[in-house]
Design a protein around this ligand. Structure first.
Ligand SMILES: NC(=O)c1ccc[n+]([C@@H]2O[C@H](COP(=O)([O-])OP(=O)(O)OC[C@H]3O[C@@H](n4cnc5c(N)ncnc54)[C@H](O)[C@@H]3O)[C@@H](O)[C@H]2O)c1
Length: 347
């Protein structure tokens, strides 16, 4: 059983601590937050053994095997370095680092320390994403030609809009959108063989948005495959949508409101479109039942994160590969660099 510690006891820590609290392979031995109240809350809510307000003191006194770094993005590099120096394996929330260069530095430190380092690419382990991926890999849509990743999230209200307590992610190279670039990058890259060209239009439409940008429309071309990455704060409902189009058909899903729609020739000649509609109509009804069940059972969009953590701990125990490889993180951070480099002046 691995002795696990958590640094940062905010929103996403509930998922990591929820996993650790029920895990047969890990035990939550310590939690650290600058806020003593939040750290103490984690102790009481998730049965963590000790609370700290300094991560260095925690590393020194507890010597955890694994540390989950769940602090705001701009703090990740320094904290991850400290954990690696203490000889701990590190699972860090996205984005692992603001640039590819900084990610590679962390990777070298992890290699030197002989420990695992992985960034959370959770949506890649959600049921809906896995269903799309396995249909594509099974050749159901033929050769992949286009990928469409669309994130629709309002950033004008709530935590990103508080002028008295500005969110730290406003400081990232892509502003608060940077928080979502990792999800967009790893979802698109799962279907892109390589990246040759990147073009991006970054905009700021809302006059009162605190972020430098609130809208992104990017094109990424690798070989003959074209990907579109879109972040919109102005469309509804909230979505993290993915569509993959191929030489024979296409498939789409939405991580937030899961379903899978698959359109292929079906081999029924002129009746194929009708057959597609019939099968997809039936599939949509099935997904509506599954989604209602998930709502009632509080099974959230974070089920992919729990699956990723399970695989990470299995890899640590010598059973299987790390669920997120060096190449996965390297490609995602490089693509994000290129998206950021494509920034002009906000409109
Ligand atoms: N994978 C996902 O789907 C997902 C979802 C939400 C957030 N995240 C990521 O998780 C990270 C945290 O996000 P959040 O929404 O939980 O933020 P949050 O603001 O709710 O929590 C961050 C916590 O870190 C604490 N903190 C900051 N600096 C610290 C330090 N030096 N030592 C100890 N504690 C410190 C803060 O006090 C705060 O309680 C971000 O990188 C974010 O992008 C990922």
């Amino acid at each position: 059983v691995f002795r696990a510690a958590v640094i940062g006891a905010g929103k996403i820590s509930e998922e990591h601590l929820g996993f650790l609290g029920h895990s047969a392979v890990a035990r939550p031995v310590a939690v650290c937050d600058l806020s003593p109240a939040l750290a103490q809350y984690a102790v009481e809510r998730f049965g963590v053994e000790q609370a700290f307000t300094s991560h260095r003191e925690m590393l020194e006194r507890v010597r955890p095997d694994v540390v989950h770094v769940l602090t705001p993005p701009h703090t990740h590099c320094a904290i991850v370095e400290d954990c690696l120096s203490a000889g701990a394996h590190v699972i860090v929330e996205k984005p692992i680092a603001p640039t590819n260069l900084e990610f590679r530095r962390l990777w070298r430190s992890a290699q030197r320390a002989g420990v695992l380092l992985l960034e959370d690419h959770n949506y890649k382990f959600n049921d809906a994403f896995l269903a799309v991926r396995s249909a594509v890999e099974a050749g159901r849509i033929g050769d992949v030609e286009e990928v469409d990743v669309r994130v629709a999230l309002p950033i004008y209200g709530g935590r990103y809009a508080d002028a008295n307590l500005p969110h730290p992610s406003h400081r990232l190279p892509g502003g608060v959108l940077h928080e979502y670039l990792t999800h967009m990058a790893y979802m698109a890259l799962a279907f892109l063989p390589r990246v040759d060209r990147v073009e991006a239009i970054w905009s700021r439409y809302h006059p009162e948005a605190l972020s430098r940008f609130d809208d992104l429309h990017a094109l990424v071309v690798g070989g003959t495959v074209h990907a579109r990455l879109r972040f919109s704060a102005r469309t509804s409902p909230h979505a993290v949508a993915l569509a993959v189009r191929g030489s024979r058909g296409w498939i789409e899903t939405d991580i937030y409101h899961p379903y899978v729609r698959l359109v292929t020739p079906r081999g029924a000649g002129p009746l194929s479109p009708w057959l597609n509609q019939l099968e997809n109509g039936y599939a949509l009804m099935r997904w509506s039942v599954v989604n209602l069940r998930d709502k009632l059972l509080y099974r959230k969009t974070y089920h992919g994160l729990h699956r990723l953590l399970q695989r990470a701990y299995s890899a640590l125990a010598g059973d299987g590969e790390s669920p997120v490889s060096f190449e996965d993180m390297d490609r995602a951070t490089s693509l994000i660099d290129r998206l950021v480099q494509a920034q002009g002046q906000p409109a």
